[in-house]
Design a protein around this ligand. Structure first.
Ligand code: SF4
Length: 287
């Protein structure tokens, strides 16, 4: 079968994930073991690679049992309680919180403290239970309201001042619709543009990429929040889009003779994984 293959030149890890993985690998070069609080990246294949180098994923419950050790905080960040717990247990932190997330945490905290004076509320558009969202809610001592969709924006109390933020990896178009809805109901609402620039740019370029190929392989961990958003986006412009975590999931009945196949991924998908799929497909279709 003749296929033309192309890797999306803009896909690959975002800066925040590159930085976290690099710091983990640097540390592991010398110590051969490191705890990561939660999965450093929502990508099973990359995690397996790092596990072989000595990275061990632990939960917050595990952290409670640890004493005098070292943990890595991933790019998503953590709420202040995690830092307090680490301090109390003599744990040293390699803090890989992405600078973009760190800035957002600070803005959420400042805004929450200021709005408290006027009985205002902080609202976060994000995935409930997601680590980054937990980190943001932690800045408000659990006070912020998390909404996952436009439908949930009805739950906001519009009789009180509102400040609206978004998790950095959410869909910019959906966030815009939520901002419009909120400001219609409460014209003085403070609306902050907090979607990561890299994510927003990738949305625009992926639409173009998915449109320009007859079939699309979207590669990402099924756990990735950004992966779900970007996969849905690709499929909305190209129904022949498939979501896979690794090359073994490729079903050759997906393809037609002469297809141009685009290979792309989420901010948590390493470039090497896209290249692996490219090589696998190239070898399999040339036989
Ligand atoms: S998506 Fe943006 S904000 Fe989130 S970790 Fe990556 S670079 Fe940082």
């Amino acid at each position: 079968m003749k296929l033309t293959l192309e890797i999306d030149p803009r896909s690959g890890f975002c800066n925040g994930v590159v930085r976290a993985v690099q710091q983990a690998e640097n540390y592991l070069q010398y110590s051969r073991h490191l705890y990561s609080l939660g999965a450093i990246v929502h990508n099973a294949v990359e995690l397996e690679r790092l596990k072989k180098k000595g990275l061990e994923i632990i939960s917050i419950a595990d952290l409670r049992q640890l004493r005098n050790d070292v943990i890595l905080v991933r790019a998503h960040g953590e709420p202040p309680q995690t830092y307090a717990l680490a301090r109390a247990n003599g744990i040293q932190i390699i803090d890989c919180t992405c600078p973009v997330v760190l800035k957002l945490q600070e803005r959420v905290r400042e805004t929450w403290l200021r709005l408290k004076e006027s009985n205002g509320q902080v609202v976060i558009f994000g995935k409930k239970g997601h680590a980054e969202v937990n980190g943001l809610v932690g800045q408000t001592e659990g006070d912020a309201l998390v909404i996952g969709s436009l439908e949930e924006a009805v739950a906001i109390d519009y009789s009180r001042p509102v400040a609206l933020f978004s998790q950095t990896t959410k869909d910019p178009d959906e966030y815009r619709r939520i901002c419009d809805y909120v400001t219609q109901r409460r014209p003085d609402a403070e609306v902050y543009d907090t979607i990561c620039r890299q994510v927003a740019q990738r949305h625009a370029s992926l639409v173009e990429f998915a449109r320009n190929h007859s079939a699309v392989l979207f590669v990402s961990g099924y756990e990735s929040s950004n992966g779900k958003v970007l996969f849905d986006l690709c499929r909305s412009v190209n129904p022949r889009t498939w979501w896979l975590e690794n090359a073994s999931q490729i079903d050759f009945s997906w393809f037609r003779e002469g297809d141009t196949v685009g290979i792309c991924g989420a901010t948590s998908t390493p470039k090497w994984q896209l290249e692996e799929i490219f090589i696998y497909l190239q070898a399999a279709t040339q036989e």
